[in-house]
Design a protein around this ligand. Structure first.
Ligand code: S3P
Length: 172
């Protein structure tokens, strides 16, 4: 029950903030997407090419189940981790969940030129707002705390998270 899970849309800064937060809390840092890639021996783009989103979601759930068996740490989750009921239940049971909120416009700006998100491949400007709108309720419902990231640097977001987490400890 010692994990801190960072959730939110692509481009919310979960990975950069997670690294800084783990440092500040003296906790281990786990990037769920990297775990998925390491377990599969291929990139996320390749997983989507091989078996589409269903295969990726299977691997994502398996990686999350494995991570929660480890001792606590800061876990940056992929933006779609909230889509499955079972994932949301695990997040809720196994730690505190911080929703890093970002607007679709800001996410698109932050991800400009980055081709590593299959769900935004093609016309990100058209796709991101609808995808974020469809998920917003899930992010909010899963969150223990929400931090608005627009206009803030990763260091500022990490500081806000430390503040909202208060003096509760995360073991590494
Ligand atoms: C996804 C977000 C990505 C990655 C995959 C799917 C999503 O992670 O898990 O491309 O469904 O929003 P980031 O949120 O770290 O970009």
């Amino acid at each position: 029950m010692n994990h801190v899970f960072l959730i939110g849309f692509m481009g919310a800064g979960k990975t950069s903030v997670g690294r800084l937060l783990a440092e500040q809390l003296d906790a281990s840092f786990i990037d769920l997407d990297s775990r998925i890639e390491a377990a599969a021996g291929m990139t996320i783009v390749d997983i989507f090419e091989t078996g589409g989103e269903p295969l990726f979601r299977e691997k994502e759930s398996a990686a999350l189940r494995a991570v929660v068996r480890e001792s606590g740490g800061v876990v940056s989750c992929g933006g779609g981790v909230v889509l499955r009921d079972a994932n949301r239940a695990l997040l809720h049971e196994q730690g505190r969940v911080v929703y890093l909120r970002v607007t679709a416009g800001e996410a698109i700006a932050r991800l400009a030129g980055d081709g590593s998100r299959p769900l935004l491949a093609g016309d990100a400007v058209a796709m991101a707002p609808a995808l974020l709108a469809a998920r917003e309720r899930l992010y909010q419902g899963a969150a223990t705390f929400t931090v608005d990231t627009v206009g803030l640097s990763p260091a500022e977001v990490a500081r806000q998270i430390v503040a909202v987490l208060g003096d509760a400890q995360v073991s590494s």
